[in-house]
Design a protein around this ligand. Structure first.
Ligand SMILES: NC(=O)c1ccc[n+]([C@@H]2O[C@H](COP(=O)([O-])OP(=O)(O)OC[C@H]3O[C@@H](n4cnc5c(N)ncnc54)[C@H](O)[C@@H]3O)[C@@H](O)[C@H]2O)c1
Ligand SMILES: [Zn+2]
Length: 351
């Protein structure tokens, strides 16, 4: 087992290992004195891992209730949060009680947001069970839900008390859901660590899964520690996401997963970086073939020009300017401010 400490406005540890769930109660007890815990999970994850976690927590002296909601992004909304609030009130949860998020990014984002708001803030623990949640959504303190106007438009920065990353839980993921996490892991290599990218280029992910999860978390930690509230360096985590979000929007957030949209976004931007003389053509080709060889798409049947136009409604827009994350080399990202017209031009569409 390895540990990464994140120093944020409220610091916390991330424990990374195999079969940590069985000892979840022990680890929680190290940071929270025995009290009431509500395990929040979805109807896919809870049947797989819920009993193990609940009995471990009870064994450590916690009194446990469970709130399980249907899986999937459409459930990450205010009405599920409201049901959770009602449940916590009914159970008499007070400010000293704790929420535990057991699941993927949907469960983690929703539980963290509920924890940030319930009684103006209660503690929460993340037990991420997807590749994406372990390396991305459970680190950094961003929580939130979707509203009809868009994804993640309502949220809060709220740091967990502890994150337990049990690599063993990844063995039950479907290849498609695993691949969504792979897209984000490749992103870390591209923006920050060429050696990490080589693990994917050389198809060594399976045998190095633990090290990859550890390294991705370490990179996210470094980036978010420098920029907890997302005003500077953290923007590089958005590599592939400006166009990725536009792709998700074109598919009405249902026809394509986030990881797949980001995979295509990374390929489009890398190709444009090569066309603009920022990145070598061979690097752009390596990025494309590596992404493709990990079961991810490298194109979508949509006009790049119309995707660029959709970037105008991105929530990361700063007035009329957007911060496009570009690659100067594999392992080195930079932020380039540009207008929408500038983006069209950069992507090779004169509008
Ligand atoms: N807060 C952040 O910083 C941040 C960052 C990136 C993504 N996100 C959010 O994360 C969400 C996506 O996360 P996700 O990809 O984990 O989606 P998810 O939570 O919907 O999980 C995907 C599917 O896998 C199932 N699942 C989870 N763990 C499993 C396991 N161990 N075995 C078998 N099935 C399992 C789930 O039930 C679900 O059906 C999005 O809502 C996105 O907005 C947040
Ligand atoms: Zn992402």
């Amino acid at each position: 087992m390895k540990k990464i400490h994140v120093s944020a406005s409220r610091g916390y540890d991330i424990l990374i290992g195999r079969n940590l769930l069985t000892d979840a109660g022990y680890y929680l007890k190290q940071v929270l004195s025995p009290k009431r815990v509500c395990v929040v999970s979805d109807d896919v994850v809870f049947p797989l891992y819920g009993e193990n976690v609940v009995s471990s927590l009870e064994g450590a002296g916690f009194s446990v209730v469970t709130f399980v909601f249907p899986h999937g992004e459409p459930q990450k909304n205010l009405s599920t949060v409201s049901e959770l609030f009602d449940f916590l009130v009914k159970e008499g949860f007070t400010r000293t009680d704790v929420l535990v998020a057991l699941g993927g990014g949907v469960v983690g984002d929703l539980t963290g947001f509920a924890a940030a708001c319930y009684l103006r803030g209660v503690k929460f623990v993340q037990i991420p069970t997807t590749f994406l949640a372990q390396i991305d959504s459970s680190v950094g303190g961003k929580t939130g839900v979707d509203i009809p106007g868009g994804k993640n438009l309502v949220g809060a920065f709220w740091q967990p008390s502890l994150v337990l990353c049990d690599i063993a839980t990844l063995s039950t993921l479907s290849p498609d859901i695993f691949a969504d996490g792979t897209a984000e892991a490749i992103k870390y290599g591209l923006i920050y660590d060429a050696d990490l990218f080589d693990v994917f280029r050389n198809h060594l992910l399976e045998e190095h899964l633990f090290d990859v999860v550890y390294r991705c978390i370490e990179i996210k930690k470094q980036v978010v520690e420098e920029d907890e509230f997302d005003t500077g360096l953290r923007m590089i985590l958005n590599f592939g996401h400006t166009l990725g979000h536009a792709i998700e929007k074109s598919y009405h957030f249902t026809g394509i997963t986030h990881g797949r949209a980001v995979a295509v976004g990374m390929v489009l931007i890398s190709d444009a970086c090569a066309k603009n003389g920022l990145l070598s053509i061979s690097d752009a080709e390596a990025i494309r073939s590596t992404i493709q060889s990990h079961g991810l798409p490298v194109s979508v049947p949509l006009e790049t020009g119309s995707l660029c136009a959709l970037c105008g409604s991105d929530k990361k827009m700063d007035g009329d300017t957007l911060n496009l994350i570009i690659l100067e080399d594999i392992g080195h990202a930079a932020v380039r401010k540009m207008s929408l017209a500038g983006l069209q031009e950069f992507m090779g569409n004169e509008g």
